[in-house]
Design a protein around this ligand. Structure first.
Ligand SMILES: C[S@@+](CC[C@H](N)C(=O)[O-])C[C@H]1O[C@@H](n2cnc3c(N)ncnc32)[C@H](O)[C@@H]1O
Length: 110
């Protein structure tokens, strides 16, 4: 996958390592990006207008803070369908599911 349109300058060419599935309005991406500046992270959001909001949010932050937020981007996509097309096995770290989904996913509390 060519991510050069998503991640400008030096960040382009590195693999995406964090995927925020169902990123909503991008709160997690915007909080994480400055803390992990060398890690590329991609939000996936199914709602077109919400994904567009996140795209514009990240672009505005890049303008406000030159050099910042080059490691964050968003893609409008249905993660249920397209995740395997975007990432290789073991490529990305996914945020943990909320506890009310653990049983459904076959997980138990440690
Ligand atoms: C409960 S919200 C959580 C938003 C955000 N992660 C947060 O914690 O504030 C779930 C989000 O997942 C998105 N979503 C639901 N199904 C999806 C899918 N199959 N692919 C991508 N995004 C999806 C929804 O549109 C919604 O924005």
């Amino acid at each position: 996958m060519d991510w050069s349109t998503h991640f400008p300058t030096a960040a382009a060419g590195k693999p995406v390592e964090i995927a925020d599935i169902g990123c909503g309005f991008g709160g997690l991406l915007v909080a994480l990006a400055p803390r992990l500046p060398d890690t590329l992270m991609l939000g996936l959001e199914i709602r077109l207008q919400v994904a567009e909001y996140v795209r514009e949010r990240i672009l505005a932050l890049r303008l406000q803070q030159p050099g910042g937020f080059a490691n964050a981007s968003v893609l409008r996509a249905n993660a249920m369908k397209f995740l395997p097309n975007l990432f290789g096995k073991g490529q990305v770290c996914l945020p943990p599911p909320p506890p009310n989904r653990w049983e459904h996913l076959g997980l138990t509390r440690g």
